[in-house]
Design a protein around this ligand. Structure first.
Ligand code: HEM
Length: 415
C-alpha cells in the first residue's frame, strides 16, 4: 500500500479526499503532502467540507492575518452563525476553554498573554538549562544499566512535565495525574471526537480544575517564587486574574507544556537514528545542535494542523471566497515540507539554512512555550545521545493513529 490509497486529488477543481485514519497517511503523511503541494496547495477537503492550506507562504500569511481568529463568538452570535448551542455534557471542559489564552482574541488575549509572557522569554528560560541537564542525567541514570528502554514514558514525558510543573509551582508528585488529565482532554482536538471522549474530557477537566483550586488557595496563604503565585498576584491595569482565568491558564500551560514536546523528543530521536548521521556530529557545537533541533522540528513536527475562523466575509487572492464564521485549516506539518520553500523537503538535512519552520505557528498565537521547548530539546537530545552512544531502534516504532498529534505510540530502544 502507499499514501495513494489514502488520498484522491482533483487538482483543477482544488478538491481533495483524504482519510486521516488510513495508516498509510498517519504513519507518514509526507507523500500525501508532496502530492498536495504538486497539485493544489489550497484545497477544499471533501470529508471536512472546508478549505485547507498547505503552502508555506499562505499558512504563514493566514496565521498572521487579523481577519482570522481562533474565536468567532466575540464578533458574532451563535444564532447569526447557525452554530449549535454548547453541549451540556461539556460544561466543565468548556468552562476551561472559555478563558484559555489559546481560545481568546484581543483584547482578552493580550491581557492574559502579557501576564504570563515574562516567564517564557528566552532570557528567563535560559536559566533553566542546568536544571534540565540535571534532570536528563537523572532519568538516564535510572535506565542506563538495563540496556533497553521505552523512551516516551520515561525520558520524553518526564522532562517536559517535570519542568513545567516546577515552573508553575505544582508538586511534581502530581505528574501522573497531570498527564492523565491532559491526555484525556487533548483527545478533544481530533476531528469529530466521540461522545465517550467528550464525557471523559469533561470529567478530566472537572477533576483538574478542582485540584488547581486547592493549589491556588494554598498559594494565596503561602506565596512562593513560582509562576502560579506570580499569576495570582500580578496586576494589569489595576486588574487581577479571576479564579476562572487562573485555572484555565494553568491547565493550558501544563497541557501545552508537555503534550507536543514529548512527541517532538520521540520524533527527533527516531529521525536522528534513521538518518545515518553521526549524533556526535549533529551535536558537535551549540550551533550544530541548534540546526539539528530546528531540522527535527521542521521534518518531524508533532502538531500538524490548527484552525481559524473568518471574522468577516473574505475573498482570498486565489479566488477562495469565505463567509464570516467559516473555518479554515492551516496545515503546519505540510507547510514545513513545501518544496517552494525547502529544497528536497522530504530529506532530513540539518545543514539547511532556508528559513524558519512553522512548527510553533506564527502571529498572535505563536507558541509562548517555543523558547522552553527549544531549550528542552537542545539540552535533552545531546545528553541522551552522548550517554548512550550505541543506542538503536529495537524495531520500527508504531505511529499514533492521530493526524493532529503526529507522534509515536512508543519508542523502544536498545544499546
Ligand atoms: C515542540 C513543542 C511545541 C510545539 C510544536 C508547540 C506548538 C504550538 C503551536 C503551533 C501553537 C499555536 C497554535 C495556533 O496558532 O493556533 C502553540 C501555542 C501555544 N503553546 Fe506551544 N508548542 C510546543 C511546546 C509548548 C510548551 C513547552 C509550552 C509551555 C508553556 C507551550 C505553550 C503554548 C501556549 C500557552 C500556546 C497558546 C499561545 C496563544 O494562544 O497565545 N507550547 N504551540
Amino acid at each position: 500500500m502507499s499514501a495513494a490509497s489514502a488520498i484522491a486529488i482533483n487538482g483543477p477543481a482544488r478538491r481533495v479526499s483524504l482519510d486521516v485514519r488510513n495508516p498509510d497517511f498517519f504513519r507518514n503523511p509526507l507523500p500525501a503532502y508532496a502530492a498536495i503541494h504538486a497539485q493544489c496547495p489550497a484545497f477544499f477537503w471533501e470529508e471536512r467540507q472546508q478549505w485547507y492550506f498547505a503552502g508555506y507562504d499562505q499558512v504563514n500569511g493566514l496565521l498572521r492575518d487579523r481577519r482570522f481568529g481562533r474565536q468567532i463568538l466575540h464578533v458574532a452570535t451563535r444564532d447569526e452563525l447557525g452554530m449549535p448551542e454548547p453541549k451540556p455534557h461539556l460544561k466543565d471542559f468548556d468552562a476551561l476553554e472559555a478563558h484559555s489564552l489559546l481560545e481568546l482574541e484581543p483584547p482578552a488575549h493580550t491581557r492574559l498573554r502579557t501576564l504570563v509572557n515574562r516567564a517564557f522569554v528566552s532570557r528567563q528560560i535560559e536559566q533553566l538549562r542546568p536544571e534540565i541537564a540535571a534532570l536528563s542525567h537523572a532519568v538516564i541514570d535510572g535506565f542506563e544499566k538495563g540496556g533497553e528502554v521505552e523512551l516516551l514514558k520515561t525520558y520524553a514525558e518526564t522532562i517536559p512535565v517535570t519542568i513545567i510543573a516546577r515552573m508553575l509551582g505544582i508538586p511534581t508528585e502530581a505528574a501522573p495525574r497531570l498527564l492523565d488529565w491532559s491526555h484525556r482532554m487533548v483527545k478533544m482536538y481530533v476531528f469529530n471526537p466521540s461522545f465517550e471522549t467528550e464525557l471523559d474530557a469533561n470529567q478530566a477537566s472537572a477533576e483538574f480544575a478542582d485540584y488547581l483550586k486547592g493549589i491556588i488557595a494554598k498559594k494565596r496563604v503561602r506565596p512562593a517564587d513560582d509562576l502560579l503565585t506570580h499569576m495570582i498576584t500580578a496586576e494589569k491595569d489595576g486588574e487581577r486574574l479571576s479564579d476562572a482565568e487562573l485555572i484555565s491558564t494553568t491547565v493550558l500551560l501544563l497541557n501545552a507544556g508537555h503534550e507536543a514536546t514529548v512527541h517532538q523528543i520521540g520524533n527527533a530521536v527516531c529521525t536522528i537514528l534513521r538518518s545515518g548521521f553521526a549524533p556526535a556530529e549533529l551535536f558537535a557545537s551549540e550551533d550544530a545542535t541548534e540546526r539539528t533541533v530546528e531540522e527535527c522540528l521542521r521534518f518531524a513536527a508533532p502538531l500538524h494542523i490548527f484552525e481559524r475562523y473568518a471574522l468577516t466575509d473574505i475573498e482570498l487572492e486565489d479566488g477562495i471566497a469565505l463567509k464570516k464564521g467559516d473555518k479554515i485549516g492551516l496545515m503546519l506539518g505540510a507547510a514545513n515540507v513545501d518544496p517552494r520553500k525547502f529544497s528536497a523537503p522530504g530529506t532530513f538535512r540539518p545543514d539547511r539554512d532556508e528559513g524558519a519552520n512553522l512548527s510553533f505557528g506564527a502571529g498572535l498565537h505563536f507558541c509562548i512555550g517555543a523558547p522552553l521547548a527549544r531549550l528542552e530539546l537542545k539540552v535533552s537530545l545531546p545528553i541522551l545521545f552522548e550517554r548512550l552512544p550505541g543506542m538503536r531502534l529495537r524495531h520500527e516504532p508504531p505511529v499514533k493513529d492521530s493526524f493532529h498529534f503526529h507522534g509515536l505510540e512508543r519508542l523502544d530502544l536498545v544499546w
